[in-house]
Design a protein around this ligand. Structure first.
Ligand code: HEC
Length: 124
């Protein structure tokens, strides 16, 4: 969580978010994850039980914030700076970031967290 990706790397995602293909490539590069695998993992881990996530079938729940435009956020969960590292860390250990959050620890693997982060950086 401490290691930082330079802000210009994240800016690149924002600048390129006009183009889907490029966004997906940037997203892979930033997160080392695979957005297509991430999309599947978001369903299999049950993230959709709480979150609406664009492009992920069966996600209609509004009991937690919709995961829209994640690449455009300054902060994640109102707690930490939005960096690929922090997004992965949040997905794996939300309660280490905020012990009071309703989001559960789900034993997400490193690979799955990177993949889900990659997908989330492609959503608008
Ligand atoms: C039991 C409901 C629940 C489940 C299941 C859940 N979350 Fe969350 N999630 C939340 C809540 C509530 C928040 C709001 C965080 C807060 O403010 O504490 C949140 C916040 C987030 C955020 C930050 C959103 C923002 O607006 O900054 C991300 C990203 C996220 N969740 C991803 C996931 C992923 C990926 C999964 C599946 C591995 C998942 N969540 C599973 C309830 C859930």
């Amino acid at each position: 969580m401490k290691r930082r990706v330079p802000i210009y790397a994240l800016m690149a995602v924002l600048v390129l978010s006009a183009c889907n293909d490029r966004t997906s490539k940037r997203s892979r590069w930033l997160t080392t994850g695979d957005p297509e695998r991430g999309k599947i993992a978001l369903t299999s881990y049950g993230c959709v039980a709480c979150h609406t996530i664009p492009g992920v079938r069966g996600s209609k729940s509004l009991s937690a914030p919709p995961l829209i435009g994640i690449s455009q956020r300054s902060y994640l969960a109102g707690m930490v700076e939005n960096t690929p590292e922090n997004l992965r860390f949040w997905i794996q250990h939300p309660r280490k970031v905020n012990p009071h959050t309703a989001m559960p620890e789900q034993g997400v693997t490193d690979r799955d967290a990177a993949d889900m982060a990659a997908y989330l950086y492609t959503t608008r």
